[in-house]
Write a protein that binds this ligand. Structure first.
Ligand code: NAP
Length: 268
C-alpha cells in the first residue's frame, strides 16, 4: 500500500485529497493543527476505506512543526522495519491568505503567511526529496494558485507566495537531480474553490460569480491525474487555463486592470 502525507488535511482541498487517496487504497499521514479534527477524519477514513491512517498534529508556520513533519518524511526503508512506512507522495497543501492589505496587516501576520505558504513547502520538499531520490521513487504535489501566475491581488503577499511555489516546483521538477532519480513534482494551480479558505481569511465570497467556483473534488482529481501523467503545472478547468494564459501573455499593464486591489476594498 503506498503512503501519502497531506498537509492541511482536515478541511477543503486537503480533506478532498485525503478522501480521494483513501478511496484508492493509499495509506495516509494527515497533518494539520487541530488534533481533534485529525483524529475524527482519520477514524472516518479507516472505517470507510480500511486504510492505515496516522495523524501528525503540527503548526507548519513554526520551526518545531516543520521539524516534526520533516522527521516523518525522512523515514526511509529499512529491511527489517515495516512501520512506519516511507512516504511515497507528499501533498504540500496547507496555506492561508489574508483579507487585510499589506500595510494594515502587520508584519507578524505577513511573516506567518510566508512561513506556512513558502518556508514549510521548502522544508518539507527538502525532507521528502532526500528520501525519495535515495529510493528512486516518489511524488510531490505543491498546491499553488492561479493567483501566483501574474498580477491578481494588489497589496497582498499571497500571490507572491504562490508565484514562489510555482517557480520552485518547476525549477526542481525539470532538474536532472530530481527527474533522473524518478521523482515527479507538480504545482497545482486552482482558481476559486469552495473550501473554508475565504471564510478563515475573512475574504468576501460574494464577488466571484458562481461559474468561477470550482469544487474541491474536481480540483483534486485533476491535480492527481496531471501528477501521474508527469505534468509539472496543473490548472483545473478550461476557464482557469484561459485565465492563466491571459495572466502570462497579456501585457502586464492590461492584466493588472483585472487585479483585485484589497487596499481599495479594505475595511481598515
Ligand atoms: N480555496 C481556494 O479558492 C484556493 C484557490 C487557490 C489555491 N488554494 C490553496 O489551496 C490550499 C488549501 O486551501 P483550502 O482552500 O483547502 O483551505 P482551507 O479550507 O482553509 O483548509 C486549510 C487547511 O490547512 C490547515 N492549516 C491552516 N494553517 C495551518 C498551519 N499553520 N499548520 C498546519 N496546517 C494548517 C487547516 O487545519 P488547522 O486549522 O487545524 O491547522 C486546514 O486543514 C492552500 O495552499 C491555498 O492557498 C485555495
Amino acid at each position: 500500500m503506498p503512503t501519502a502525507l497531506i498537509t492541511g488535511a482536515t478541511a477543503g482541498l486537503g480533506k478532498a485529497f485525503a478522501q480521494t487517496l483513501a478511496a484508492e487504497g493509499t495509506g495516509l499521514v494527515l497533518v494539520a493543527r487541530s488534533d481533534r479534527d485529525l483524529k475524527e477524519l482519520a477514524g472516518a477514513l479507516r472505517e470507510e476505506h480500511g486504510v492505515a491512517v496516522e495523524v501528525l498534529p503540527a503548526d507548519l508556520s513554526t520551526d518545531d512543526g516543520c521539524a516534526a513533519v520533516a522527521a516523518r518524511l525522512a523515514v526511509g526503508p529499512v529491511a527489517e522495519r515495516t512501520d512506519p512506512p516511507p512516504v511515497d507522495l507528499l501533498v504540500n497543501n496547507a496555506g492561508i491568505g489574508h483579507e487585510r492589505p499589506f500595510l494594515a496587516n502587520g508584519i507578524a501576520a505577513e511573516e506567518r503567511l510566508l512561513d506556512l505558504n513558502v518556508r514549510a513547502v521548502l522544508r518539507l520538499t527538502d525532507a521528502a526529496l532526500g528520501t525519495m531520490t535515495g529510493r528512486g521513487h516518489g511524488s510531490i504535489l505543491n498546491v499553488a494558485s492561479v493567483a501566483g501566475v501574474g498580477p491578481s491581488w494588489l497589496s497582498s503577499t499571497y500571490p507572491a507566495s504562490k508565484a514562489w511555489v510555482i517557480s520552485f516546483t518547476e525549477s526542481l521538477a525539470y532538474s536532472r537531480q530530481v527527474r533522473d532519480a524518478g521523482v515527479r513534482m507538480t504545482a497545482l494551480l486552482p482558481g476559486y474553490t469552495r473550501t473554508e479558505f475565504h471564510q478563515r481569511a475573512g475574504i468576501p465570497t460574494t464577488f466571484p460569480p458562481s461559474y468561477l467556483w470550482l469544487n474541491s473534488a474536481d480540483v483534486v482529481r485533476t491535480g492527481l491525474a496531471d501528477l501521474r501523467r508527469g505534468r509539472v503545472v496543473s490548472i483545473p478547468s478550461l476557464r482557469y487555463k484561459a485565465a492563466a494564459w491571459a495572466l502570462r501573455h497579456l501585457p502586464r499593464g492590461l492584466s493588472r486592470q483585472g487585479a483585485w486591489d484589497i487596499s481599495a476594498d479594505a475595511r481598515s
